[in-house]
Each structure stands twice: as C-alpha cells, then as structure tokens.
Design a protein around this ligand. Structure first.
Ligand code: ZN
Length: 423
C-alpha cells in the first residue's frame, strides 16, 4: 500500500507557513503515540523542513517555545468525517444552499477541525478532489486528508436519496463533475464504479454493507450488497492499492464486509461475538463513531428538522451501539478514532475520546486510537501518527500534562502541521 496520498508536500507558491527555520518545543511532556503513556521526563522536540529532526534535551532552534507544564502529542487523526455537512442534514438546508457555497462552507469546517488538533482525516463521503487539493496547495487550512468522494450504496440503501414522493432529496452525495453517482447494483456495475471513483481521485473506497440511521427507507439491521458485489469491489480497490471502508451496522453486513476483506468497519452497531472474533482473526479495524447517533438526537433537540422515522432509529441504536463497542474494546479489536463529524457539527471531534474511555478504554489507548492506530488503518504510518525523528511534524500542544480526556478541546493551545504553527 502506498502512502503517497498523505505525504504530498505543500505547494510553496501558496503555502506561507512552511519554512526552513528550526522550531523547538522545549520542556514538553511527550506522548509520542506509543506505550499508552507519557514519557517520564520532559523533552525538547526540534523540527525543520516539515519533519521532526531531533528529540532530546537542551536543543537549540531559530524559534524555541517553552512547553513546561504542557502535553505534546502527535497530531490527532479522525478516520470518519464529512466536510460537506455540518450537523445540518435537514433536506431543506441543502435545497436552500447555492451549489458553490458548499465548498466555501467545507473550507471553514476544515479550519475548525484543524483548530481542535485534528491534523489528518479520512473523508468518508462528500468531499471531492478539489477540496483535498485546495488544502494540499495551501489555499485553505485544514487537515491533510484521504477522500472517498462518493458512498457506494445499493438501490434503496443507505446512500440512496430517493424519497417516497418520487423525488431525490438534495444532499452531500448529489453527483457533480467531481463526484460520481453513488448507486450501484451487481458486480459489473461495481467494477466500473470503483474505477470511476479512482479516476476521480478517491484514496479509499467507501461502501454501505448495511442500512443506516439517516436514510428513511432502509433498516440498520439489514445487510446490503451480496458477496459477489463486495468481492469485485475489494479486488478492484486492491488492484489500485486502495483500502475499503464499510459503513456496516447490521450484524450480517459487518460479517459480509469482514469476509470480503474490507479494512475497516464503520459504526459497528450490531456486533455479536462471532463478528468480533472474525474481526480479530482478519485484523479488521473498528471505527466506532460513538458521538454520531447521539448527535442526531442532539440535533433534533436544538431544532433541526429530522423526520420521526430517523429520530426513532437513532434512539433505538444508541444503547446497543455502546454495548457493541464496549465488547469490542474488551476483546481487543483494533480501534481507530472516528466521529462521523458532519452528522455532528465539526470541531466537537474530541468528545469521541471521552466516549471511548467511558466504555472501558484507557486514556492512553484512546490517544493511540486517535494517532498511531488511525495512521496504520489509513496506511500512512511511515509518515504520520507518532512523534519520531524523520516523521512529518504534526503535533498538538495541550495545557496540563495528563492524558485525561474529559475536557480536551479546551486544553488545546497550539496545533502544528508540517512543522509550522497553524492554530
Ligand atoms: Zn459517515
């Protein structure tokens, strides 16, 4: 698997922040992404040309920032976000938004995400190549990203926007020149569609192997797509050195995805013991998105127009989702942090760590799920996810020296990406 999609060097024409000078974070309490704990003694971290160049004590630099009493971690990674939505998924919102406005909105959400310490994301459907390249070229600030562009869904599946009146509900999956149509049925169509997505710039392929919560005409407990369709999907993606991520809530949909060789299960609401064992055996990652169903309920409470059928589904899954993820944590499934931000407003991503800890993860494990393990899931661990000499200098500085996750957002004081302070 290549890691080229996440290591592109910002275009110097636009990117003002990148410099040749040497920046040192001094006297920092360091969590480097390993061992689930901070180092016992404070250290200095030096970076230049966008990379970490030295870790030690008494280091000199062109700029030295004293980080006494502060925690430094690798830049955090959210493995499941949607920049083309912002907790505002009532169909009327999209109907009233001019098409090109959605890209400017995405830019603001990307900046908001970066400001809370998320320096890398996997975009799980919506953003296209232009959104990614605008960041890579330094036109806008945001997390580096892998994009999936469209969300592959069978007719009547989670990504099908057909409404009972016969119209299609406008939303973040509407096809446009950069975002291929997302409904696919049968292995032959699947083969073409995966190739179209790769042509359009997809770094990862997203598929729905079950129904979901935000789609009115399906059931989160039903599996979608047949084995022959998923086999073609995975073989086409693999041929192009892409991983596949599966929106998978139904027990059978999860098992079908694992059996097909899909790399990560997103949501994992109805896990049973057999599904968990299959994931352990195959090395499948789980991306819980615990704050997502809660976010749908929160949105209704703050007045977002959500149909009753969707709200009922959200209420039905919250408890069973938590039980499933708790069992997976106990069993030792590899867990990577992901929020489904977009269902919730962007910038609240760090709440997910507190939810993971509430289900039995240690704070150190929650930080690893949000750094090293997430980078491994995305195949970018040679560059991203830990603080080591030679790696990309993405770091977050928090007030206080503990890994306590209860109030993380308010503790973020500096965000460094590619060796330059960006927030
Ligand atoms: Zn999602």
């Amino acid at each position: 698997m290549t890691s080229s999609t996440c290591s592109s060097t910002p275009d110097p024409t636009y990117h003002q922040a990148m410099t040749n000078s040497r920046l040192v974070l001094a006297n920092a309490t360091l969590f480097d992404g390993t061992n689930q704990q901070v180092r016992s003694e404070p250290v200095d971290i030096a970076m230049a040309d966008g990379r970490v160049v030295e870790i030690g004590t008494g280091l000199s630099g062109d700029e030295v920032i004293d980080c006494s009493g502060q925690l430094v971690t690798p830049g955090l990674i959210d493995c499941h976000v949607h920049f083309m939505a912002d907790g505002d998924f009532g169909p009327n919102v999209h109907a009233q938004t001019p098409f090109s406005m959605t890209f400017f909105q995405a830019a603001e959400r990307m900046k908001r995400t970066l400001e809370c310490g998320i320096t890398t994301v996997r975009e799980a459907g919506g953003a296209d190549l232009g959104v990614k390249e605008a960041r890579d070229k330094g036109l806008v600030l945001g997390p580096r990203m892998q994009i999936s562009i469209s969300i592959l869904s069978q007719t009547g599946g989670h990504g099908d926007t057909w409404a009972v009146c016969g119209a299609h509900m406008p939303g973040m999956l509407d096809p446009h020149p950069g975002r291929p149509h997302n409904i696919v049925d049968g292995p032959d169509e699947m083969r073409i569609k995966v190739r179209e997505l790769i042509r359009a710039g997809a770094d990862v392929i997203k598929v729905c192997t079950s129904g979901g919560v935000l789609s009115p005409r399906d059931d989160p407990q039903h599996a979608h797509f047949m084995a022959d369709e998923l086999d073609v999907l995975v073989s086409e993606a693999t041929a192009a050195h892409r991983f596949v991520m599966a929106h998978a809530q139904a027990t059978q949909g999860i098992k079908n995805a694992v059996r097909a060789g899909i790399r990560s299960i997103e949501h994992g609401i109805y896990l049973d013991d057999e599904a968990i064992q299959m994931m352990l055996d195959a090395g499948t990652y789980l991306v819980p998105t615990l704050i997502a169903p809660m976010g749908v309920i929160d949105a209704a409470e703050r007045g977002v127009d959500i149909p009753d059928v969707i709200l009922d589904k959200a209420r039905n899954v919250v408890d069973v989702h938590r039980e499933s993820i708790s069992k997976a944590i106990d069993a030792g499934v590899q867990i990577a942090m992901g929020t489904d931000a977009g269902v919730t407003p962007h910038g609240e991503n760090l709440r997910e760590l507190a939810e993971m800890v509430s289900l039995g993860m240690s704070p150190g494990a929650a930080f690893e799920a949000s750094t090293r393990v997430a980078a491994e899931l995305m195949g970018i661990e040679n560059d991203i996810g830990t603080i080591e000499v030679g790696k990309v200098a993405d770091l977050v500085v928090f007030d206080g020296t503990t890994l306590d996750v209860s109030d993380l957002r308010n503790r973020v004081t500096r965000v460094i990406q590619d060796g330059a302070e960006v927030a």
